[in-house]
Design a protein around this ligand. Structure first.
Ligand SMILES: [Zn+2]
Length: 126
């Protein structure tokens, strides 16, 4: 029998970063901890840990972009900035009918192939 478990499709994730020295969390990952000054080696990541950034968040600001470039099938796209419960902020696509500043949303990560080139992981808030 062939074991297919290794081919299991994993949900894409976007990771935030924690300084093990002082416990401060960051997104995106910094070169230097702004709290304790610890350096982060982007290759080894020694002294830093990562965790998935997702889940409940609050919409801080949003915008609707019309007149999309050729190739888009949608009339518009919505983008927003959210704050997670741990205080970190991130931007991504807002997929609710009528966004309102301050509304509670849930962040997930999707692979976006809407633009030319390699697919990238993006936040989707809904
Ligand atoms: Zn630190």
């Amino acid at each position: 029998m062939i074991d297919f478990s290794m081919y299991e499709v994993k949900a894409p994730k976007i990771q935030a970063c924690k300084c093990e020295g002082c416990g401060e969390i960051f997104y995106p990952a910094p070169m230097i901890c702004s709290k304790c000054g610890a350096r982060r080696d982007p290759v080894t990541g020694k002294g830093w840990s990562t965790f998935d950034l997702e889940g409940p968040c609050t919409l801080l600001a949003w915008t609707r972009v019309w007149n999309l470039p050729e190739g888009y099938t949608k009339k518009f796209l919505q983008f927003g900035i959210v704050q997670f419960e741990n205080g970190l902020r991130a931007s991504g696509r807002v997929e609710v009918g009528e966004p309102k500043t301050g509304m509670k949303l849930t962040a997930t990560v999707e692979e976006s192939d809407e633009r030319p080139g390699k697919p990238v992981n993006v936040f989707v808030f809904r």
